[in-house]
Design a binder for this molecule. Structure first.
Ligand code: S3P
Length: 435
């Protein structure tokens, strides 16, 4: 058992307005496109997390200058499409799969060599899903048996390809589109299920001609990106912990402000609605091409469901929180078609199943999901396996548990959600650091 970092005790009701930090996916992309654009881009709402800061530090080593006028803001001095310079340092992506996979695409098109490394968790994650198609474009990338580090040879001379990834992954799609900026001819990605389209919409905003519709994107190499300002919405995946928390704690009512509502991210709302949740979207509007809105969430008794397969990709990061909702719901919840969860920051099916079982919940693990019998959650000691979303999910489980839940290895919460504990305690959690 890893070190106990947090103890979450029964709390609530949850009340108040909550502004969660900026979107991780959008923040990574804004840095990368700003870096290779002509001109100066101002990013507001930037996620000050370890993952996105790692991407900024890497781009800094490649010659991009950033200013931080205030926390949550970056001014990016773009160096132009061909302005990055090689670094003799290894480039450390930390815990960030998005950082590493997208940068692999960007760096495959450069004239210089690069080495991308990651922490222990990232070093276990599969990279062939991006290196294979990038090699089909002409890149040369060495791996450690398909895992990081990635040794990317520069000067490869890429050619556009048409590619159908075997799994629905915005990271694969984005890596290929980034490489496609530097390739001869057209690069096209056709997905088995549409994924988040931030890369496509941001390329368009930065002035690159791109043709896209849900599940399909096509662009041609050799154009230019022109700097634009980016307003980053609040991260739906961070809001998800408070959405589920307010659903399950009696008497709760919270308002989550200005949350990104890209339809490829909001599958959790559909899942919770099927389970009987009371969630309203208010003040819906568009900001910089993205739908945003306030979410008003009230407690409601939940019941188990067989989760429709088609919403799985639209809530891929929200499953740890959904497992907790299912553990509280009346009856059985069945999750299938979610094998991708096994290759996230931890094996999220195993991490959630073991943790919930340690708290007395009946869970059957399946290769691609789980069957969870809802009822009451007991106290216990769980290991987050260094996975930010597992740690925060057990923090919400603790709110309704019959005894405190001790949670190990929580430091990586800072990768995506700095300040989670303070924000949570401000609306009614009883979460503390273990002495
Ligand atoms: C992301 C894509 C998803 C998601 C990750 C962020 C992105 O990963 O899980 O947190 O920003 O493109 P996959 O592409 O592996 O599904």
């Amino acid at each position: 058992m890893s070190r106990v970092d947090w103890v979450s005790a029964a709390g609530g009701p949850l009340r108040g307005e909550i502004a969660v930090p900026g979107d991780k996916s959008v923040s990574h992309r804004a840095l990368m496109f700003g870096a290779i654009a002509d001109g100066v881009s101002h990013i507001r709402g930037f996620l000050e997390g370890e993952d996105t800061r790692a991407t900024a530090a890497i781009l800094g080593k490649l010659g991009v200058r950033f200013e931080t006028p205030a926390p949550g803001e970056r001014i990016v001095h773009g160096v132009g499409l061909h302005g990055l310079r090689g670094s003799s340092d290894v480039l450390d992506c930390g815990n960030a799969g998005t950082g590493m996979r997208l940068l692999a695409g960007l760096l495959a098109g450069q004239a210089f060599d690069s080495i991308l490394v990651g922490d222990e968790s990232l070093s276990r994650r599969p990279m062939r899903r991006v290196t294979d198609p990038l090699e089909a474009m002409g890149a040369s990338i060495g791996t450690n048996d398909g895992k990081p580090p990635l040794r990317i040879r520069g000067g490869a001379g890429l050619k556009g390809i048409a590619y159908e990834p075997p799994v629905a992954s915005a990271q694969i799609k984005s890596a290929l589109l980034l490489a496609g900026l530097y390739a001869d001819g057209f690069t096209e990605v056709v997905e088995p299920h549409p994924t988040r389209d931030y890369t496509e919409s941001m390329l368009k905003a930065f002035g690159w001609p791109i043709d896209y519709s849900p599940g399909r994107a096509r662009l041609e190499g050799g154009h230019v990106l022109r700097a634009v300002d980016v307003d980053v919405p609040a991260d739906f995946s961070s809001a998800a912990f408070f959405i589920v928390a307010a659903c399950i704690v009696p008497g709760s009512e919270v308002r989550l402000k200005a949350v990104g509502l890209n339809p490829r991210r909001t599958g959790l709302l559909a899942a919770l609605e099927l389970m009987g949740a009371d969630i309203r979207v208010e003040n819906e509007r568009n900001s910089g091409g993205e739908d945003i809105g306030d979410l008003v969430v009230r407690h409601a008794p939940l019941h188990g469901v067989a989760l429709p397969l088609e919403i799985v990709p639209d809530m891929i990061d929200e499953f740890p929180a959904l497992f907790v909702a299912a553990a509280v719901a009346e009856g059985m919840t069945t999750i299938r078609g979610a094998a991708e969860l096994r290759v996230k920051e931890s094996d999220r099916i195993a991490s959630m199943a073991h943790g919930l079982k340690a708290c007395g919940v009946l869970v059957d693990e399946l290769p691609d999901g789980a069957i969870i019998r809802g009822g009451t959650i007991g106290g216990g000691s769980i290991d987050s396996h260094g996975d930010h979303r597992i740690a925060m999910s057990f923090a919400i489980a603790g709110l309704v548990a019959s005894a405190p839940i001790a949670i190990g290895d929580c430091a990586n919460v800072a990768t995506s959600f700095p300040g989670f504990m303070e924000l949570a305690n401000g609306v009614g959690f009883r979460l503390r650091s273990a002495a």
